[in-house]
Design a protein around this ligand. Structure first.
Ligand code: XLS
Ligand code: NI
Ligand code: NI
Length: 431
């Protein structure tokens, strides 16, 4: 035991508590026939909670964590504290980038060695913990070598470095029993088109992803490969802009049945969508994999990665997840960081605990809406015409026959209400 969370006790479900406890997240409560914990599948993100120093564009580090530094000893201390947080929260999962868990080496070989030592150390920690790996990923964006991209870099040596890094991270994810492997291409995009060969870069990215999928099959990794869309930041324009864009990309490279999406709330907003739009679209295409649950500040218009605290929004998100049949390999990853003034260890616990409660409330509201069934039946009613024989026949017909039938059948449609206010009132009864 370290003394980092000194005095903080393992959180319990206690609806009456006014202190540090779960008032809504009750892992064993059955929601639509399944334990709440198995619906939500919470994960703590290693990077924001343990590796992020608290900087912003105008100032550097505000956090002074005893594990900051570049040695294996300190990386192990970081891991010890991480598992203490996982245990305090009772989260079933965590997620990492290679760079979060190991010190950077001077060469690829040195970084690989550090990484392998730390993967073994995390495996040891997992032996005495209930927390498992939701997903692993490679950080192909922080180091200056990636400033012009990873797979999409003009320099083939960076492509090679990135491929070798992803191989290592996939091996480690597989070894740790990870449920998914995520690729987020923060630098897979451009700053200016003036120096960018867009066609080549997209082809490089496509070939790279094909290699990742091939390697997954080669090593027998049965988890899902997930791409995390984001429109920009840090790149001015990112190739994995949003769900629709990534789907087109997957189709182009023959990967649409191999790769699913990790959808982040804040990224959806940055792309000019709602979170539920991105979820519903992915579900409709059969590529809804997992979610990163963190919100942005609506005024700043940037990826501020805050813990979720808006129950109605979260409810609509889980509504889409539940409608799609729930998570399979995916889960709810808190890709969220504290505010840079939140210096105390207890802030880390409170941030996650509050977020878990908000998600639990959202899930319960979503389940209640589905069980009530009115929203779905009103939606189905709206499309009932398409279930009729005539409606079905239209889809098999052609323009000329349809044109003829409009007059011969005396088609004369009457507009009907979309009932948006009624539906919004209905939702408000549950959230
Ligand atoms: C950044 C992304 C990142 C991914 C993992 O905006 O959300 O944290 O989730 O690389
Ligand atoms: Ni993000
Ligand atoms: Ni994310």
């Amino acid at each position: 035991m370290t003394d980092f969370f000194n005095g903080v006790e393992k959180l319990q479900f206690d609806p009456q508590s006014t202190g540090l406890a779960f008032r809504h997240y009750n892992p064993d409560e059955i929601v639509m026939g399944k334990r709440m914990e198995d619906h939500l599948r919470f994960a703590v993100a290693y990077w924001h909670s343990f590796a992020w120093p608290g900087g912003d564009p105008f100032g550097g580090q505000t956090f002074e964590r005893p594990w900051f530094g570049d040695t294996i000893e300190l990386a192990k201390l970081k891991a010890d504290v991480a598992f203490e947080l996982f245990d305090l929260l009772g989260v079933p999962y965590f997620c990492w980038h290679d760079a979060d868990i190991r010190p950077e080496g001077k060469t690829f070989a040195e970084s690989r060695h550090n990484f392998e030592v730390m993967v073994d150390y995390l495996l040891e920690k997992m032996d005495s913990s209930a927390t498992r790996l939701l997903w692993g990923t490679a950080n192909l964006f922080s180091h200056r070598r990636f400033m012009s991209g990873a797979a999409t870099n003009p320099d083939p040596e960076i492509f090679a470095w990135s491929a070798a890094t992803v191989k290592l991270c996939l091996d480690a994810t597989h070894k740790m029993g990870g449920q998914n492997y995520v690729l987020w291409g923060g630098r897979e995009g451009y700053e200016t088109l003036l120096n960018t060969d867009l066609k080549r870069e997209r082809q490089q990215a496509g070939r790279f992803l094909q290699m990742v999928v091939d390697y997954k099959h080669k090593i027998g990794f049965t988890g899902s490969i997930l791409v995390e869309p984001k429109p920009q930041e840090p790149s001015k324009h990112q190739y994995d802009y949003d769900v629709a864009t990534v789907y087109g990309f997957l189709k182009e490279f023959g990967l649409e049945t191999e790769v699913k999406m990790n959808i982040e709330q804040g990224h959806a907003i940055l792309a000019g969508h709602s979170f539920e739009h991105e979820l519903a679209l992915a579900a409709s295409m059969g590529i809804l994999g997992s979610i990163d649950m963190n919100r942005n500040d609506y005024q700043s218009g940037w990826d501020t990665d805050q813990f979720p605290n808006n129950v109605p929004e979260v409810a609509l998100a889980y509504y889409e997840v539940l409608r799609a049949g729930g998570f399979e390999t995916g889960g709810t990853n808190f890709d969220a960081k504290l505010r840079r003034q939140s210096l105390d260890p207890v802030d880390l616990v409170a941030g996650h605990a509050g977020a878990m409660d908000v998600c639990a409330r959202g899930l319960k509201a979503a389940a209640a809406m589905l069980e009530d069934g009115q929203l779905e039946s009103l939606r189905n009613e709206r499309y009932a015409g398409w279930d009729s024989e005539k409606g079905q026949a239209l889809m098999q017909s052609d323009l000329a026959s349809i044109a003829a039938s409009v007059e011969s059948d005396g088609i004369n449609p009457e507009p009907t209400s979309g009932r948006q206010e009624v539906l919004e009132n209905l939702v408000n009864r549950f959230v």
